[in-house]
Design a protein around this ligand. Structure first.
Ligand code: GFB
Length: 313
């Protein structure tokens, strides 16, 4: 990408999009195009088409999506499917119509079958049944991959896809019903510490395993792929290492300095037992993450403390 290139980051206010914008600024890019959701409703086909026709971006990072943790995915099943299908279809089609040079679509590790062998290789896509709690979101993300493949094979568009593992970092969602596990635990342990509570509720059994990647590492990988990768096959992005939810809870508890007990609420779902990414393709290309989980949790807790007023309304 030339430094003068016009780059549209869709979803720039979210955790992933804001990390991509930080990365682009750090690399010296200045022509970064953004729109808030009130300025441009990405579910509106006509609005997206005229935005692309007017702005004519050269490159697109498609980081806009309706996202959330296990409960949000399970409750708002219609929106997770409908909104995400509209957002990605409108952007990908408009990118084709206006001759975008290259587009990167971001999916999720939940596209893989619930019982797929571990670690998850890219070729396991569509080899089995999905995890029920996030099936609508996964179907939307699989559709995004297939849209990129279809526009590439039919029209020769350079549209690539990447599948990040579970993410965390600045600008995460700290709403306890809608958030992912890591921000939820930071907030719960912090509030329990401040309020001298004897225990904190943690969902499920604690036995599921998850892999966590810092959003800044993800942004770095996205930039790397935009610069170096031009193939149809999508690429996993992760660390290649996972921990149990119990281990994660202990790490967050220690970082925050909460000294009480954990209460496991097994009425809440566990979700997929494990989703560890096989990152050998990405490693073979020469990219590896730099933030280890403990350090990342520490940084994220500091960010939470600095922005608590914004994050917790
Ligand atoms: O991060 P999380 O919501 O999403 O939950 P998934 C991960 C695990 O942490 C589950 C447990 O086993 C939860 O039961 N957990 C424990 C908690 N305490 C909590 C808590 O206080 N809040 C939350 N949220 N979880 C999502 C998918 O799955 O991951 C999405 O639903 C997407 O589609 C995303 O793929 C990355 O890893 O289970």
């Amino acid at each position: 990408m030339e430094k003068k290139a016009r780059i549209y980051v869709a979803g720039h206010r979210g955790m992933v999009g804001s990390a991509i914008v930080r990365k682009l600024h750090a690399e010296g890019y200045e022509n970064i195009i953004t729109r808030t959701s009130s300025q441009l409703d990405l579910r509106n086909q006509a609005a997206v088409a005229s935005f692309f026709a007017e702005e004519k971006p050269d490159f697109v990072f498609l980081a806009a999506a309706k996202v959330g943790g296990i409960m949000a995915n399970n409750i708002y099943r219609a929106e997770f499917l409908y909104d995400n299908l509209l957002i990605e279809s409108n952007i990908i089609h408009s990118a084709y119509e206006t001759g975008v040079t290259k587009l990167l679509f971001l999916g999720s590790s939940c596209i893989y079958p619930k019982m797929a062998p571990q670690p998850l290789k890219e070729e396991y896509l569509l080899s089995g049944f999905l995890e029920p709690t996030n099936e609508p979101y996964a179907i939307a993300k699989i559709t995004g991959i297939k849209l990129c493949e279809a526009y590439r094979s039919q029209y020769g568009c350079n549209f690539i896809s990447a599948m990040p593992t579970n993410l965390y970092g600045p600008n995460d969602n700290y709403d306890l019903q809608g958030s992912h596990v890591l921000p939820a635990l930071i907030r719960k342990f912090h509030e329990a510490k401040i309020n001298d509570q004897p225990s904190v509720e943690v969902w499920g059994t604690g036995s599921p395993k998850r892999e966590f990647l810092h959003a800044d590492d993800l942004a770095d990988a996205c930039f790397y792929l935009m610069e170096h990768y031009n193939d149809e096959l999508f690429v996993n992005i992760g660390t290649g290492e996972d921990v149990t939810i119990r281990e994660l809870a202990e790490m967050v508890k220690e970082t925050v300095g909460f000294e009480g007990e954990l209460r496991w609420n097994t009425d809440k779902p566990d979700g997929t037992p494990r989703k560890l990414m096989d990152v050998s393709r990405l490693h073979a290309m020469g990219w590896k993450h730099t933030t280890e989980l403990r350090e990342g949790i520490e940084r994220t807790y500091q960010d939470f403390l600095a922005n608590e007023v914004l994050y917790v309304e």
